[in-house]
Design a protein around this ligand. Structure first.
Ligand code: GDP
Length: 140
């Protein structure tokens, strides 16, 4: 099934000049970038994006990290895009990520892990709408 998902190059990825590298990996795998921008979140916006994690011990640190610099959210489209994006990213903890994944190759830690990808169709719907309005996304 053709799906859309939200991916983000996180502040560490932007700081390390990996925007192009992350996009290249998605495109090389056959995913299509249908929307993309650079934004800097404020604290309230980052807390809202990660609201499902608000009770987790790492939440304050995660929010500080996500507002530490600009990020590059994008909408990716393709067959099975949600699962494929997550496979290309690798496990949350780069030490546990498969060889050849973005996180294994580039992430510094379980928190500073370069890239985000939606984990379900419902999450993708919420997350795409968080960053892109209807005028910024091509109709299907
Ligand atoms: P993801 O779907 O692989 O991004 O992982 P999660 O949804 O579980 O967590 C969201 C983000 O929170 C991760 O990508 C990390 O940036 C951060 N994170 C997750 N687990 C930890 C942790 O144990 N410690 C810290 N400091 N950050 C974490």
């Amino acid at each position: 099934m053709t799906e859309r998902t939200l991916a983000i190059v996180k502040p560490d990825g932007v700081a390390k000049n990996l925007v192009g590298e992350v996009v290249r990996r998605f495109e090389a795998a056959g995913l299509r970038v249908v929307a993309l921008k650079m934004v800097r979140l404020d604290r309230r916006e980052a807390e809202g994006f990660y609201h499902v994690h608000k009770e987790r011990p790492f939440f304050p640190s995660l929010v500080d990290f996500m507002i530490s610099g600009p990020i590059v959210p994008m909408v990716l489209e393709g067959e099975d895009a949600i699962a494929r994006t997550r496979r290309l990213m690798g496990a949350t903890d780069p030490a546990k990520a498969d060889p050849g994944t973005i996180r294994r190759d580039h992430a510094a830690s379980i928190e500073k892990n370069i890239v985000h990808g939606s984990d379900s169709p419902a999450t993708a719907g919420f997350e795409i709408g968080y960053f892109f309005n209807a005028l910024e996304i091509p109709p299907r």
